[in-house]
Design a binder for this molecule. Structure first.
Ligand code: UDX
Length: 458
């Protein structure tokens, strides 16, 4: 099948590479010429495990091509997949200008019937807008060519996007056209052999499914973070509570890890976009509003934990904090809406210096914060600790799970850890003389034999 993908961000590129890898003839189009030229040289704009090898292999075979030329792009695919960004505008609504400009291009350049597939995360009703835009352009050119618009949201987790694409839980397709159903079945047939994962539904339900899935997952995270707050006040341990509730198959263990809250390019943006849609419709989405509020509060509560340890924000002036982890989660260099940023910026605002280590996000850190005198980027996790008053752990990278605490202690000026991801066992750290704060668990102090009372309010 000849397929064109618009947008070479992580969704477009993963989709294009994985479809090419099973033998489809794919052309990826992007308006960013530099990006296309680097992709042609085999250089990827993002870090995504397994992706580079597939891009190189499929490019060498000729199944995956790149272009900046919209005419070539539209001519190539019987199927035109839109995977461009939908960043929030100043009101929190998804900005559809890139999606609609692709629709415009398709309408302008198409010379044969097309199936247009919207993969970008878009508000309900966008597929209808895309169809109207293409029809208007065709009308302007006096063309009566036929086309269909279907919704096919993605459910790719960054860091696992390739395997998520290759082994999907479900493939949601919004269309009521039998012809489009058969085209989409053919595209996804290689990923749909053992179990039928294709779920066909109407277009609007497919569009809403994407937002509902992300809102549900975000709700679980905010829920557990709220219970973690209660646990701190009650002297309970959220990690025990997590196991206690996760063992119920109706609840399950996934997405109930307490931490600094969700970040990344999807959850925060999608939650706000959904709230915006609800607002426009006059619907009260109180639960989703609370999910967003709790997520914001989670970061400020963590900062409050740090400041209260030192006796107030003014006491942070001149202190040095080692920060482990900047990316919004492990296995990605993506720092969009990363909770670590809010923590680091709060430390800076209080006059502290940050010594940062992240396994892959240093280039992103330099792009964002380069040139700041209160930021030191350390070559490894131990070097980040040199002379630090405390370690602040923001992302649960695997290499942070079992560090050499003796080595750590010898480098720091105080054995203090603020752990935003609950990576360590409090009792063990207390035994080794550490003062240790985490999320939803009693803080421990190695300096004496008592638990630090935590009575925090946001
Ligand atoms: C998410 C969805 O999982 C994916 O289906 C969708 O298509 C895009 O958005 P992604 O943004 O890559 O994917 O991140 P994900 O792995 O889902 O994690 C989101 C955030 O939630 C991270 O910041 C993570 O640290 C946080 N999280 C996750 C928790 O705080 N606790 C948990 O239990 C799980």
């Amino acid at each position: 099948m000849h397929i064109t993908i618009f947008g070479t961000g992580y969704v477009g590129l993963v989709t294009g590479a994985c479809l090419a890898d099973v033998g489809h003839d794919v052309m990826c189009m992007d308006v960013d010429r530099d990006k296309i030229e680097s992709l042609e040289r085999g250089e990827l704009p993002i870090y995504e495990p397994g992706l580079a090898a597939i891009v190189q292999r499929t490019s060498a075979l000729g199944n995956l091509q790149f272009t900046c030329d919209p005419f070539r792009a539209v001519a190539h695919g019987a199927v035109q997949i839109i995977a461009v960004g939908t960043p929030p505008d100043e009101t929190g609504a998804a900005d559809l200008q890139h999606v609609l400009s692709v629709a415009e291009s398709v309408g302008r350049h198409m010379a044969a019937p097309k199936v247009v597939v919207v993969k970008s995360t878009v508000p309900v009703g966008t597929c209808d807008q895309v169809a109207q835009r293409i029809r208007a352009v065709l009308d302007r050119h006096g063309s009566d060519l036929d086309f269909d618009v279907a919704s096919n949201p993605e459910f790719l987790k960054e860091g696992a996007a390739v395997t998520d694409f290759q082994r999907p839980d479900r493939i949601v397709v919004g269309t009521i056209s039998p012809r489009v159903r058969s085209v989409m079945s053919e595209i996804y047939e290689p990923f749909n052999r053992n179990h039928d994962r294709l779920l066909f539904m109407d277009v609007r339900s497919a569009e809403l499914t994407k937002y509902a899935a992300n809102a549900m997952l975000a709700t679980r995270i905010s829920f557990i973070n709220e219970v973690a707050d209660l646990a701190e006040h009650l002297g309970a341990d959220i990690e025990q509570v997590r196991k206690g509730i996760g063992s119920d198959p109706r609840i399950g263990y996934d997405f109930i890890y307490a931490g600094l809250g969700y970040g990344g390019s999807c959850f925060p943006k999608d939650i706000r976009a959904l709230l915006h849609t609800a607002g426009q419709l006059g619907c009260k989405a109180s639960l989703i509003e609370a999910v967003e509020d709790i997520n914001q509060r989670q970061k400020s509560r963590f900062v409050a934990k740090i400041t209260s340890h030192y006796g107030g924000a003014h006491k942070l002036r001149g202190k040095t904090f080692a920060v482990w982890g900047l990316s919004f989660k492990p296995n990605t260099d993506d720092i969009r809406e990363a909770p670590a940023r809010a923590i680091i910026e709060a430390l800076w605002n209080a006059g502290a210096t940050v010594r940062l280590f992240d396994p892959v996000a240093h280039a992103a850190a330099i792009r964002l914060y380069g040139g700041r005198s209160d930021l030191v980027i350390a070559p490894d996790k131990y070097a980040a600790l040199d002379g630090a008053d405390a370690l602040v752990l923001c992302t649960e990278w695997r290499e942070f799970r079992a560090p050499d605490f003796r080595e750590m202690g010898s480098r720091m000026s105080s054995r203090t850890i603020f752990d935003g991801r609950n990576l360590y066992v409090p009792e063990r750290l207390r035994g080794e003389g550490w003062t240790y704060y985490s999320i939803g668990r009693p803080a421990v102090s190695g300096a004496s034999d008592w638990s630090l009372p935590i009575a925090m309010s946001a």
